[in-house]
Design a protein around this ligand. Structure first.
Ligand SMILES: Nc1ncnc2c1ncn2[C@@H]1O[C@H](COP(=O)(O)OP(=O)(O)OP(=O)(O)O)[C@@H](O)[C@H]1O
Ligand SMILES: [Mg+2]
Length: 113
């Protein structure tokens, strides 16, 4: 299976001072499921931000379908569009609103019938 996202020995420090990620490597494969689990402050959010190109690693590399994701590569419009269309975040609140709307729609359909 093709790698969609690959992080290779990624480290990230906030303000070059607070280490959030140290030498993290992971691969997200097409069709697969990937969960990030860890204690508070272990770096889950930082890792997802790095995978999403919102933060760039202090060292190590991030790849999207084989192409390195850097501040420079994201300045290339074609790559930026491909990457931004392929990688996004779904926030918990949106999931809640989606299910709430589904529930209301189903419930109102029942009431109408
Ligand atoms: N903006 C920031 N400035 C400085 N340090 C930060 C910042 N954001 C996170 N950190 C530090 O980086 C480390 C990893 O934080 P991160 O938020 O990625 O962890 P997390 O696993 O998502 O935590 P949580 O379970 O609380 O959501 C922690 O030590 C945290 O204090
Ligand atoms: Mg978090």
């Amino acid at each position: 299976m093709e790698n969609i996202i690959k992080v290779d020995h990624v480290s990230y420090s906030y303000y070059n001072k607070f280490t959030a990620l140290k030498e993290v490597s992971a691969e997200i494969k097409e069709g697969g499921k990937f969960a990030v689990i860890g204690a508070n402050g272990s770096g889950k959010s930082t890792l997802l931000q790095v995978m999403g190109g919102l933060r760039h690693p202090s060292s190590g590399e991030v790849f999207y379908r084989g192409e390195e994701v850097t501040e420079g590569s994201l300045k290339d419009k074609e790559f930026m569009l491909t990457f931004r269309q392929g990688v996004g975040y779904l926030f918990r609140m949106q999931i809640f609103i989606y299910f709430a709307l589904q529930f209301l729609m189903n419930y109102s359909l029942v009431l109408c019938n």
